[in-house]
Design a protein around this ligand. Structure first.
Ligand code: ZN
Length: 343
């Protein structure tokens, strides 16, 4: 096996003629795929440009995946959410304090409809090759839980709609302390919104490819993040997803961590006959020695990863999350992508 797909994310859906020039640069950097990070504002305001931008990327020979970036603050990302702006309800609720959180509850019919309509509009009206589910998650918890409890104890979502669903299924009030029923409920409901939308996308275009990208969590006997998609078996086994992907690992983490996460990502994907994908951090921070990127790419390749992806175009140049040497980092990514595709 060898790495055959190399992706980079791209944002700023505005003028197609500007995007065209950027896609030339992206193709020159050895990318086979561009992941368009489409915000709620883009869909609402810039929609007429989006199908043209997709076509422009395809004309340059790039595959195009659509990422409903940061939608409802349910997916990862810095974008702001129109759903949260336009709805005072349907938010996740802290189990411990009962407070509403600034995250849409994706177990509500309201957000499920919103998400489905967002994606199906894109599926119907663009020629994209597929969709990218980008770090979906419950608001809480996320911290590294201690093996004796503590930091990660509070959780979401215990909103009225989740409580009603839980009680009708399990026959008792949803508890405030997370038990095994709550864990199972959270996993099942979290998967529903993505599977339902993926299924409908594939009805519109059976060739549409779905990548589900979950947090690169430790997932050991003692420690999991409990953000709803940390049961990798459940995610990778889903018949609606084609690629099992795990997110960026910070450069300063030990190589052993890269190895462990990657080996488990590949194993989970293989077990369910899916493609595996690993990410490269190409924004915000950079390795002390850029040669670390070469080593990580070689490691991913040696462990049997099928696809590479990087966040983001030009190392985040021009944004508040640019890497210190953003353009150099971007060029190093390009060198690595071109090198790995030759193998
Ligand atoms: Zn809820």
């Amino acid at each position: 096996m060898a790495i055959r797909e190399t992706a980079v994310s791209y944002y700023g859906m505005s003028y197609v003629e500007h995007a065209e020039r950027d896609f030339t640069e992206i193709a020159d950097h050895g990318c086979t795929t561009v992941i368009l990070a489409i915000t709620e504002f883009d869909l609402d305001f810039w929609f007429p440009s989006i199908p043209k931008i997709v076509d422009a990327a395809k004309k340059k020979g790039l595959r195009v995946l659509l990422d409903p970036w940061g939608i409802g603050k349910y997916f990862g990302g810095e974008q702001i959410s129109l759903f949260l702006q336009n709805n005072t309800r349907h938010r996740q609720v802290s189990a411990f304090t009962g407070e509403q959180l600034p995250h849409a509850c994706f177990n509500t019919n309201s957000f499920r409809d919103y998400f489905r309509n967002f994606c199906l509009k894109l599926a119907r009206e663009t020629n994209a090759d597929g969709f990218f589910w980008d770090e979906p998650h419950y608001a809480l918890p996320k911290s590294y839980a201690s093996i004796t409890g503590g930091a990660g104890d509070d959780w979401a979502c215990r909103c009225g709609e989740c409580m009603k669903k839980f009680e009708s299924y399990y026959g008792y009030e949803m508890p405030r302390i997370m038990n095994d029923d709550v864990k199972q409920f959270r996993w099942r409901e979290a998967l529903f919104i993505l599977e339902d939308t993926s299924r409908l996308i594939k009805q519109i275009n059976p060739k549409s490819e779905i990548t589900c990208c979950v947090h690169a969590t430790m997932n050991t006997y003692y420690v999991t993040e409990q953000r709803g998609y940390d049961n990798w078996d459940m995610v990778a086994a889903s018949p609606y997803f084609d690629v099992f992907s795990t997110t960026i690992i910070a450069w300063e983490l030990p190589m052993r961590f890269f190895r462990e996460i990657t080996a488990r990502t590949v194993a989970a994907a293989k077990k369910y006959n899916k493609q595996s994908e690993r990410w490269i951090m190409n924004y915000f921070k950079q390795p002390e020695d850029f040669a670390q990127m070469d080593d990580v790419v070689d490691l991913y390749d040696s462990l049997g990863v099928d696809r590479l992806a990087a966040w983001t175009y030009r190392g985040g140049y021009g944004t508040s999350l640019a890497a210190p040497d953003a353009l150099k980092l971007w060029d190093r990514l390009g060198e690595n992508y071109r090198r790995i595709l030759k193998r």
